[in-house]
Design a protein around this ligand. Structure first.
Ligand code: AMP
Ligand code: ZN
Length: 493
């Protein structure tokens, strides 16, 4: 039986501001859309935190046995310097400054994002569509919204009529902002815009002569508004109403609010059943952000070449650090926090490694493995509560250390459950890579092979004292050599 049938997953829905029982549109299947990066610069660790949170969500849904279609887009056009539809396209600006083609910018930073994602052990999404690959569909959506009377054209640009939409719908349903708030936030642009009302947002913008990223449309040579691509690509691949839409908290307004207004108008239905928002990663008490220079790159943490940390950390430790906080909580990045996570991560990995050497006895004492397993699932079912899950994993660590010290015992069946459960939660769900563990054991095997070779040389030279010393000292470390006709083999206890 699929695990989702016996697990009641609850998700905090930013729309209702409460935890709701998760019921997908189609039983057994999940459609999830997450706003991807704007590929005009390297992703910083804050961006990575948000994508890692949804990687964990994706992993847990897969673990529960759902068939998941996970769509995470690449924004390669339309995202202007400022959220109020003004300024230069971020990608075009970078291209201008570096004197390269916009698509070279896109290529460079898409590759960078994929490289970082692989290093941090992200599962690839099912579909990774781009804005520029869906210009035709975006023009079609603008036409539909205009046909329905919720958009107007001025001087080759098309704007969404927020006040008209708000007559029968609630523009602010997600962010809690009122129309007055929206007006207040956009007042600076009064007088310099073609918009009927300052809170209206662009669906299509006419490109001025200098704007190089442009496409023909019925209204002008121009480019789509930033919010439009996500409405188009989510509905194209997941349907008019789909299960989960995610992104960072800072995308709630205006981006997601505008997505709802566009999609609702176009398809006459609410587009998303569960809106999920990941909270911000802070550095020096401030949001990590490229624009302020307050950031660290994920790559710099791995190499240690940065001004913030005195040493390098591996990706598993950084992932563990991020998973130790709930995805809806603010998280402060610091050297001290990473050092603490490194200790915890190593402890967990050591205990997991030790488990493979444990010998079962006829009964379990001191630990209820079944009840513990259930608690791990309960934590994840409670809106993906990874910090609570990790606390439960450390109860198992304590027990495993008891096994090592021979203070407690475990039956063969419980040992199997413990191993399988830990393996599932540590590697499949939290996505901590076991690459370090694997690398360590490769190294140990290499060193033992070398000692076997040196011992053979000693024996060939009839240096029995050295040969016995190597054998006995390895045995004291739990590594047993066995001499046979084919040569010497070894076992590690
Ligand atoms: P962008 O490439 O700017 O569209 O951002 C990509 C994603 O990273 C969005 O979901 C943002 O909400 C998210 N994000 C940006 N800054 C941070 C931060 N400091 N902490 C967590 N997520 C962030
Ligand atoms: Zn989006």
């Amino acid at each position: 039986m699929e695990l989702y049938k016996e697990n009641q997953l609850k998700i905090y829905n930013s729309l209702s501001k409460s935890k709701e029982l998760f019921e997908p549109v189609v039983a057994g299947r999940v459609g999830m859309y997450v706003c991807g990066p704007t590929v005009y610069s390297n992703v910083h660790l804050g961006n990575i935190r948000t994508f890692m949170s949804f990687d964990m969500v994706f992993r847990y849904l897969l673990h529960l046995g759902y068939k998941v279609r996970y769509v995470r887009n690449i924004t390669d056009a339309g995202h202007l310097e400022n959220d109020a539809d003004e300024g230069e396209d971020r990608i075009a600006k970078k291209a201008r400054l570096e004197e390269i083609e916009p698509m070279e910018v896109v290529q460079r930073y898409t590759v960078d994002f994929h490289t970082v994602a692989a290093k941090y052990n992200f599962l690839p999404p099912s579909i990774e569509p781009t804005a520029t690959g869906h210009i035709v569909e975006q023009i079609e959506m603008v036409k539909k919204i205009m046909d329905k009377g919720f958009a107007y054209e001025v001087n080759g640009s098309v704007y969404f009529d927020v006040l008209k939409y708000n007559e029968e719908n609630n523009y602010g349903i997600l962010s809690g902002r009122t129309i007055e708030d929206a007006i207040h936030n956009t007042r600076v642009l009064d007088g310099q815009s073609d918009k009927k009302n300052p809170q209206d947002f662009a669906l299509w913008k006419k490109a001025d002569d200098r704007h190089i990223m442009r496409w023909p449309s019925p209204w002008s040579d121009g480019f789509p508004g930033w919010h439009l691509e996500c409405s188009v690509m989510s509905s194209k691949y997941l349907g008019d109403t789909f299960d989960i839409h995610g992104g960072g908290m800072d995308l709630k307004f205006p981006h997601h609010e505008c997505e709802i207004a566009q999609s609702h108008t176009c398809h006459d239905t609410a587009p998303v059943n569960y809106w999920m928002h990941a909270n911000m990663l802070l550095l020096n008490g401030q949001k990590m952000a490229k624009s302020t220079g307050n950031y660290i790159l994920p790559e710099e943490i791995l190499t240690g070449e940065n001004a913030i940390l005195p040493k390098a950390f591996n990706a598993g430790v950084v992932r563990f650090f991020i998973m130790q906080a709930h995805y809806r909580s603010i998280l402060d990045f610091s050297n001290e926090a990473l050092l603490a996570s490194e200790k915890g991560y190593n402890k967990l990995m050591e205990a997991f490694k030790h488990l493979s050497t444990v010998i079962a006895s006829d009964k379990t004492s001191g630990f209820d493995v079944q009840a513990w397993r259930q608690k791990c699932y309960d934590a994840m079912n409670d809106d993906f509560n990874t910090p609570i899950l990790i606390a439960h994993l450390f109860e198992a660590v304590k027990f495993i250390n008891g096994l090592r010290d021979q203070k407690v015992s475990i039956s063969a069946e419980d040992l199997k459950t413990l191993k399988l459960t830990l393996d599932g939660f540590i590697f499949d769900i939290l996505g901590l890579s076991n690459e370090d563990t694997q690398q360590d054991s490769n190294k140990i095997e290499g060193v033992v092979e070398l000692l076997i070779k040196l011992r053979k040389e000693a024996r060939d030279n009839k240096d029995w004292a050295l040969s016995d010393k190597i054998r006995d000292e390895l045995l004291a470390l739990g590594i047993q050599l066995k001499d046979g006709r084919e040569g010497t083999t070894f076992t590690i206890n």
